[in-house]
Design a protein around this ligand. Structure first.
Ligand code: PMP
Length: 351
């Protein structure tokens, strides 16, 4: 190791799901939406004037912020936008988790949380989920410097009720509680209304899943105006221009067309419910998912074997070689046709 390397910030990065370069694959490994975004997005991009690119974008992304505020019936000062919810969450960690006490999150959850805690030098403790992967709100009364919970949780897909979330938020007036609702539009009830009642609650959502826009990178947070101000102060201390002009234009169009994404979410929910029946018949077990993915374990065949066999057939699902979840596969809900191809492949593999 060179001497200068002693002074390097060393990170163990998050490993995102594979983005294979081949074309003719069935991609059910990163919880993307199988449907295109709203036609209003296409129109906005077609009307986008490239001459505008020479100018910096609006550092406040006001058009997008206002559209989101309008859609969720909150004030623009209560909305923060970023480059995907990963950007919003990382910035929220940096802003709100600034205590010597450990932040808390479940032991099985989105595997970026510990990566952000490490990179931002935030002490953390993971809290065990119940054996059925549900969450016990009583455990979140331990002394802490903040809490982050994904609801529905990833990779389990389990949804906790607004009452459960409220128990945690109300028990922790001394900490900011971040609820990561990346998958809330697939059948859960958002805890957004609680932001009116609790000034320590930040709700984070994304355009990547229900709005089919993972490729353009838009995430947002809603919370009390003071929370949002603190986030903006940190953002403007790092990079004022996180949201580019095309993202602002496309995101604004999408935010104004909620009807569209609610329709595609309904299709995904119907496909998911049919998939639950088909997978059960094939001998899979899984917690009840309210997201756009299923976290499945086969009664007899190892997850890793199924994962590899599917890959040979150009069907990509997600597998983690981690002790707590190595028996499971996470399967994103695709179109009915993609799911049928998955079931056909599984039938062959399980024979
Ligand atoms: N939270 C959870 C629980 C996720 O699974 C993801 C997707 N990997 C994200 C946040 C981040 O999504 P994005 O940055 O695309 O908004």
């Amino acid at each position: 190791m060179a001497e200068w390397e002693n002074n390097v910030r060393k990170a163990v990065p998050y490993i995102p799901g594979e983005q294979p370069k081949e074309k003719d694959i069935i991609k059910l490994n990163t919880n993307e939406n199988p449907y295109p975004p709203s036609p209003a997005v296409k129109e906005a991009l077609e009307n986008f004037d490239c001459k505008e690119m020479r100018l910096y974008p609006d550092p406040e992304a006001s058009e997008l912020v206002n559209a989101i505020a309008g859609e969720y019936k909150v004030k623009p000062e209560e909305v923060f936008v970023g480059v995907g919810s990963d950007d919003v969450l990382s910035l929220a960690f940096m802003t709100f988790f600034n205590s010597d006490r450990p932040i808390l999150f479940p032991d099985i959850t989105y595997s970026f949380y510990d990566v952000w805690a490490e990179i931002h030098k935030i002490p953390y403790e993971t809290v065990p989920l119940n054996s059925d992967f549900t969450l016990d709100p009583e455990v979140y009364t331990l002394e802490n410097g903040g809490i982050v919970i994904a609801n529905p949780n990833a990779p389990t897909g389990i949804y906790e009720t607004v009452e459960t979330i409220e128990k945690i938020v109300s028990a922790n007036p001394g900490s900011v509680v971040i609820i990561d609702e990346a998958y809330i539009d697939f059948g859960g009830e958002s805890c957004l209304p609680l932001t009116k009642k609790y000034d320590n609650l930040l709700v984070v959502q994304t355009f990547s899943k229900s709005r089919s826009m993972a490729g353009i990178r838009i995430g947002f947070a809603i919370g009390n105006a003071q929370l949002i101000k603190y986030m903006n102060d940190v953002k403007f201390s790092i990079n004022s221009y996180t949201m580019n002009r095309t993202a602002i234009a496309a995101g604004t169009a999408a935010a104004k067309d909620s009807e569209y994404y609610k329709g595609t979410c309904e299709k995904i929910i119907r496909t998911r419910e049919r998939a639950k029946n088909a997978l059960t018949r094939m001998g899979f077990e899984f917690p009840d998912s309210k997201s756009n993915f299923l976290f499945v374990k086969h009664k007899t065949v190892e997850a890793k074997t199924i994962f590899e066999e599917l890959k040979k057939r150009k069907i990509y699902v997600r597998y983690w070689d981690k002790p707590a979840i190595k028996d499971y596969l996470r399967i994103t809900v695709g179109t009915s046709m993609e799911m049928q191809k998955l079931f056909d492949a599984l039938t062959e593999i399980l024979k």
